[in-house]
Structures are given as structure tokens and as C-alpha cells.
Design a binder for this molecule. Structure first.
Ligand code: C2E
Ligand code: MG
Ligand code: MG
Length: 705
């Protein structure tokens, strides 16, 4: 028994063509037993119409038949759709050479002679139907592969080992703009920019990389038909057919991805506001420039800039104006330097300049001077004319640092020094600056500890009314009882406390201590007077200042009318709208408010009128001028007049001499504070002072630090 055709669902169909009914029946029996489907025709003509209708997998064709004989039918079958791929076995009673030749000429695949040898017949049928099936499967697979390749989104190119293009799919046509006919047979180098390949073409090694495994993706610049470049990413795989090797490249156009990567790269290394390189890119460029300088025995300079009083502009005119200012400053800086110099924004109002090939301090200083001048030029933003200056720190490589981090840090230190010594100029870095900077750092740390260890103390300086001789109040002034340095005055640490933010807890502690002390003196039976506490910029900008003050008033039990807060003119003007609202709240609580160091800042009279302030304190520098040649008290007397016309009281601070006392009295200023009446004193000394004062009412005691 022979094996059944494999796939039962697709049993091959066999067309039997014979005019003998008997033979047809016999053939059917044999073939059906072997698992084939069978259909029959009794002559050539019927065979043709059945062939067209049923598309059989094999034809068994008798030679001699009426109407149309087997040879004619076989010839005609070759012309029908699928006819040339369908095997035809001729059954012939004639076995001569001519009959066999005729059968093959007519297109037969094989022949068998009568009388039929059944085993031979069955084997031929089996072999030919199998071959037909295999061919059909191959056809299908090939069609599928072709459609995958032609529909693929990615470009697919096959080349031989010499780089000659063998196939080129439609996606490649889209990417490169060539038709397959333009490229097949040519070297693949025509699809890449010349720097990728040699003059005589592109080799397989170039495409695949020496020893690189298949599937590794590579990027290369492709060249389109019109000569333009297109970034390409490709992977490759190699295969061999009949001992000939080929490489298939699967490639895609990565223009979009490249564009996206570039945007991301730009955003990561540039400042959005000014479009300048940011800190990261600056450091990177500096490191490269340093390596280059080292190799060529050259130097370079870094300038670190910080705009002076930028915060003031931001606070008073708003961030929008501040942002525009930064943008224009960035542009001005770029205009000051050469193309291969780098201008970067480090953040906030800090900029840096990298100047390669500068080895002399004078040259760097010259550029710093040029930059300061450029920044000083007035800038019109909206309806504002802005005058801004900058402080610059300069470092030179290799003298001032061996790595980017150190150079930037030292430039920052030098800039800081420039700020300290009066702003609007530049300072060259010196190693001693670092010592100063680390001194500041250790001071900041010990201040933090001092707060925990309660090393701060408050001293009190009397304020007097010289008309009545009464003590009208005292100013609370903080001191640091340093375990090694002794008593440190606020001038040494207040600005550092401001910068580090320590001023907030420190200021709150002073407020609480002063209020509690005043309450204690009142409870001890001394006259009810006012204690004045200084507020710093940091405290004043706090959102919850009013809350803090009310809490202190509540916990200490001091009558709010016995508290006075002193704010300096520059703090008040820094954010005038905010000042107006905070002062209003404090004033409503019954607290007295005064403007300290009046005359040293830049008050806007307009705002001054709107501030609910009770008193102006004439700065002691103007009091010191009394009796001297320069202005001889002109400013002091002007402030007295101004205060009076604004309906505010005026107090003079820093009164040291009888001459000053007389001058002020003559100008109708009777409230005073100064060494002439009493220096700032500890609680014990001030208590003694109060006792003596109440006994000798009117005399001036000389107690104090
Ligand atoms: P200020 O508020 O203007 O205080 C007056 C300063 O002038 C005090 O200096 C005081 O000792 C000094 N002074 C008073 N009379 C005379 C005088 O006749 N001659 C001279 N030469 N000086 C006189 P001090 O205590 O060194 O304080 C300096 C500054 O530190 C204060 O100026 C104030 O701005 C700040 N400060 C002091 N304590 C605090 C505080 O608790 N918080 C804040 N934020 N700042 C404070
Ligand atoms: Mg004060
Ligand atoms: Mg003052």
C-alpha cells in the first residue's frame, strides 16, 4: 500500500482524460485509494474546459481520442492559465521514439505506456504531485517574502561581497530617490557621502565593520539622488547562496530622530532665557580649552561676572523686566568677545567668559574693563532706563587652578572680593582670597553653633529726649560673645548671617529677647518706654513676618506700643509695594516704625509718603559731619525739615559731642541716641543705668562697652 498524500484538506486533484470508460474507472479506483481526488474527461475538448474550471494538480492524458486527441489537448493546456506549471502524464499505446518525442514536444511532463503498469503509474503520479506541491509552496513563500520586502517601512538592500547592489526595495527608493534600475548592478558607495568610502567603492568590511557581529546598528551619512545628505542608521546580516556570499542592509532615515536629539542636546547644555551655554557646557569647554592650552604651552583666562543689585531690579520692576535685562546683557557680553571665546550663563545673574590664549593678567583685565563699560551703558526696557553695573573676578590658567572646578570657584571668589570692595569693577584672583573665603565659611559654621549654644547677647543703647532729659526708649543691638574672640560687633557678622539665611532665626531670637527684657523692666517698675529692634532684609522679605511679630508680642506679653521696628531705607525700597502692605499691618497692631540710617539709601519720596512710618533716624554719618567743613550738618538739617514736612518724627543717631547736640537742638531735633548719652550696654549695666537715671534724672551717665 502506498503512502497517502500528506495534507488531507488539500488532496491533489487529478484529471483523467480517456475515451475508455473502463480505463477511467480503473484509474479512478487506483488513485482514490491512494488519496487523490479525481475528475474525468472523455476527450481532449472536455479536458480543456475541465482544466480551466478546476485547475487540477496533474493530468493523466490518453493519446488517441475522438474530437481532440491527447497531443493537441496537451499543447492547448500549456496555453491555459497555470497550464505550463501543471504536470501532464501522457498514456500512450505507442512506445516508439516518435510517440515519446511527440508527447514531450506537446508539453507532457512524462509518459506511461499501455498496458499500464500500475505500480509505475502510482509512483510517477506521487512524484509529480509532490513536486507540484513543493513548487506551489515555494511560490507562495517567495511571493510572501517579496511582498514583505516591498511593503517594508525600512529600506532593504542586498549587495555582494564587492559591494555591488543586487536588490533595492521601494522604501530605499523613498529614502534615496533612486529607482531600482538606477542602482542595481552599481557599487553601494553611490548611496553614501564620499568620506565613508574609498575612491573605488565601498567594501563589505566598511559596511559591516571588521569582526563586528551581525545586528549591530551603525550610523552613516547617506547621499540622495539630488546630492543632499541624509542620516542613515543600518543593521546588516550576511548569508550565502550556492557558495556566494551576500550582505543585506536594513536601513532607515533618521533625520527626525537626529533633529530631536539635537534639540534635546541644545536644551540640556544651553540656558533657555539667553540661549547661551549653561554651566555644564561651560565646564566642558573649559576642560577642553585647558587641555589644549596645556599641550600648546599657552594660557587662558576665565572671567566670572555677577550683576550688581540685580535683585533690586527684579524685586521692584518684576521678573519680566529682569529676564529681558539678562537677555540683553547676554547679547552685550557676546559682542564684547571674539567668536572663539565662550560666554555662558551660570544661573541667576551670573555669567562667565572663557578667553582662550590669554596668558597675561593685563590682557584679561583689558577685556574685563571693556565688559564693565559695555554693561554700564544704560538699557531701555519698556519705559524703564536701567543702569546696571557688574563685578568681575578674573583667573588665569595654569596659575590659579589646574581643573575647571577650581578655576571657576576661584574666579567666583575674586568676583566676591570685587563686590566687597565697592562693586562695578574687576578683581584678579590671589590665593589669599581663598583664605578669606574659607575664613567666611568657618565663621558661618561657628555662627550656626553659636546660635545653638546661645552665645549671642543683646545690648541696649538709650534714646533720650534732650528737651525733657527723659529716656524715651532703647535700641536693642545684638552682639556675639565669642569664646575666643570676645565680644564681636554686628558689623562683623550681620551681612554673613544675611547671606546664609541665619539672620532669620537670629533676628527672631533678638526680637523675642528684647521684648521679654522690656517687659521685665516694666514689671520691675521702671518707666514704660519703647524698645527698638532692627529688622534685616532677609526678615523683612519673609512672608510671615507679621505673624512672627504678633506671636512674640503674645508670648512676651509686651504692649505692642512699647515695640519699635527699625528698617533701613534700602530694605524698605527694595520691594516698595510689599513694604507698604507689611508696614500697614504692623502699624495697625500699634507698633512704631522708623526708617534707620536715613539718607544713605535711595528713597523715593513718593513711597516714603505712603509708608505708615513714625520716625526717620538721621544716619550717624550726617551727624558726624556737624562741625566739620564738608557739609557742616546740611544733610542732617535737611532730613529734619523733610521729616517734619512728611509729618514724621526725627531722631539723630551717633551723637557724640556737645556741638552736635547744640546744632540738632537749634534745628528743632530733640530726640537723640549716641555715645554722648550712653553706649550700648549689657542688661545689668543698662539696669544700673536706669536706676541711676531715675535717681539723678537729667544727668548724663557714662556707662557702656
Ligand atoms: P544701627 O541700627 O544704625 O545701630 C546703631 C549703630 O550705631 C550701633 O552699632 C551703635 O553701637 C552705633 N552707635 C550708636 N551711637 C554711636 C555713637 O555715638 N558713635 C558711634 N561711632 N557709633 C554709635 P552696632 O551695635 O555696631 O550695630 C551696627 C549695625 O548692626 C546696626 O546699625 C544695625 O544695622 C545692625 N544690627 C545690630 N543689631 C542688629 C539686630 O539685632 N538685627 C539686625 N538685623 N541688625 C542689627
Ligand atoms: Mg538701628
Ligand atoms: Mg542706624
Amino acid at each position: 500500500m502506498m503512502t497517502q498524500p500528506s495534507n488531507a484538506d488539500h488532496k491533489p486533484l487529478i484529471l483523467i482524460v480517456d475515451d475508455s470508460k473502463y480505463l477511467r474507472m480503473k484509474l479512478r479506483q487506483v488513485l482514490e485509494i491512494d488519496g487523490y481526488r479525481v475528475t474525468e474527461a472523455h476527450d481532449g475538448e472536455q479536458a480543456l474546459s475541465l482544466f480551466e474550471e478546476l485547475q487540477p494538480d496533474l493530468v493523466l492524458m490518453d493519446c488517441v481520442m475522438p474530437v481532440m486527441d491527447g497531443l493537441a489537448a496537451c499543447t492547448r493546456i500549456q496555453t491555459l492559465p497555470g497550464g505550463d506549471r501543471t504536470p501532464v502524464i501522457m498514456i500512450t499505446g505507442l512506445s516508439g521514439d516518435n510517440a515519446v518525442d511527440d508527447a514531450f514536444i506537446a508539453g507532457a511532463t512524462d509518459y506511461i505506456t499501455k498496458p499500464i503498469h500500475w505500480a509505475v503509474l502510482r509512483n510517477r503520479v506521487r512524484r509529480l504531485t509532490r513536486a507540484k506541491q513543493t513548487e506551489a509552496t515555494l511560490d507562495k513563500t517567495e511571493a510572501l517574502a517579496r511582498s514583505i520586502i516591498s511593503k517594508a517601512h525600512d529600506g532593504i538592500i542586498t549587495v555582494d561581497t564587492s559591494g555591488e547592489i543586487k536588490s533595492f526595495n521601494p522604501a530605499c527608493e523613498r529614502i534615496f530617490g533612486y529607482a531600482p534600475a538606477d542602482v542595481v548592478g552599481k557599487n553601494i558607495s553611490m548611496l553614501f557621502l564620499p568620506d565613508f568610502h574609498d575612491a573605488d567603492g565601498c567594501t563589505i568590511t566598511q559596511l559591516t565593520g571588521e569582526g563586528e557581529p551581525c545586528g549591530v546598528s551603525k550610523e552613516v551619512m547617506g547621499r540622495r539622488n539630488d546630492g543632499t545628505a541624509v542620516p542613515i542608521e543600518y543593521t546588516f546580516s550576511d548569508f550565502c547562496v550556492h557558495k556566494q556570499c551576500f550582505v543585506t542592509l536594513i536601513l532607515r532615515d533618521i533625520t527626525e530622530r537626529k533633529r530631536y536629539e539635537e534639540t534635546i542636546w541644545h536644551q540640556a547644555f544651553h540656558d533657555i532665557l539667553t540661549g547661551l551655554p549653561n554651566r555644564m557646557l561651560f565646564k566642558d569647554r573649559l576642560t577642553l580649552a585647558m587641555a589644549h592650552a596645556k599641550r600648546n604651552n599657552k594660557g587662558l583666562a576665565v572671567l566670572f561676572l555677577d550683576l550688581d543689585r540685580f535683585k533690586l531690579i527684579n524685586d521692584t520692576l518684576g521678573h519680566n523686566v529682569g529676564d529681558q535685562l539678562l537677555y540683553y546683557i547676554g547679547m552685550r557680553l557676546q559682542n564684547c568677545v571674539r567668536e572663539d571665546d565662550t560666554v555662558a550663563r551660570m544661573g541667576g545673574d551670573e555669567f562667565t567668559l572663557l578667553l582662550p590664549e590669554i596668558s597675561k593678567a593685563e590682557h584679561a583685565a583689558k577685556i574685563a574693563h571693556k565688559v564693565t563699560e559695555a554693561i554700564r551703558q544704560p538699557l531701555r526696557i519698556g519705559e524703564h532706563d536701567l543702569y546696571i553695573s557688574t563685578s568681575i573676578g578674573i583667573v588665569l590658567f595654569p596659575d590659579d587652578g589646574q581643573d575647571a572646578e577650581t578655576l571657576i570657584k576661584n574666579a567666583d571668589t575674586a568676583m566676591y572680593r570685587a563686590k566687597e570692595s565697592g562693586r562695578n569693577h574687576y578683581e584678579l584672583y590671589t590665593p589669599s582670597m581663598n583664605a578669606k573665603a574659607s575664613e567666611r565659611l568657618s565663621m558661618e559654621n561657628s555662627m550656626r553653633r553659636a546660635l545653638e549654644r546661645e552665645e549671642f547677647v543683646v545690648h541696649y543703647q538709650p534714646k533720650v529726649n534732650v528737651k525733657t532729659g527723659e529716656i524715651i526708649g532703647m535700641e536693642a543691638l545684638v552682639r556675639w560673645q565669642h569664646p575666643e574672640l570676645g565680644l564681636v560687633l554686628p558689623g562683623e557678622f550681620i551681612s554673613l548671617a544675611e547671606e546664609s539665611g541665619l539672620i532669620v532665626p537670629l533676628g527672631e531670637w533678638v526680637l523675642e529677647t528684647a521684648c521679654a527684657q522690656n517687659k521685665a523692666w516694666q514689671d520691675a517698675g521702671f518707666a514704660r518706654v519703647r524698645v527698638a529692634v532692627n529688622l534685616s532684609a532677609g526678615q523683612f522679605q519673609l512672608q510671615n513676618l507679621v505673624e512672627v511679630v504678633s506671636r512674640v508680642i503674645r508670648t512676651t506679653g509686651l504692649d505692642p506700643t512699647c515695640l519699635e521696628l527699625e528698617i533701613t531705607e534700602s530694605i524698605a525700597m527694595r520691594n516698595a509695594e510689599h513694604t507698604v502692605s507689611v508696614l500697614k499691618h504692623l502699624n495697625e497692631m500699634g507698633i512704631q516704625l522708623s526708617i534707620d540710617d536715613f539718607g544713605t539709601g535711595y528713597s523715593s519720596l513718593n513711597y516714603l509718603r505712603r509708608f505708615p512710618v513714625n520716625k526717620l533716624k538721621i544716619d550717624r554719618s550726617f551727624v558726624a559731619e556737624i562741625g566739620t567743613g564738608s557739609h557742616n550738618g546740611a544733610i542732617a538739617s535737611a532730613v529734619i525739615v523733610l521729616g517734619r514736612s512728611l509729618g514724621m518724627g526725627v531722631i539723630a543717631e551717633g551723637v557724640e559731642s556737645e556741638e552736635q547736640l547744640k546744632f540738632l537742638k537749634d534745628h528743632d531735633c530733640f530726640e537723640m541716641q549716641g555715645f554722648l548719652f550712653g553706649k550700648p550696654m549689657s542688661v545689668e549695666d543698662f539696669t544700673e543705668f536706669l536706676i541711676r537715671q531715675s535717681q539723678t534724672c537729667g544727668d548724663r551717665p557714662e556707662v557702656g562697652e
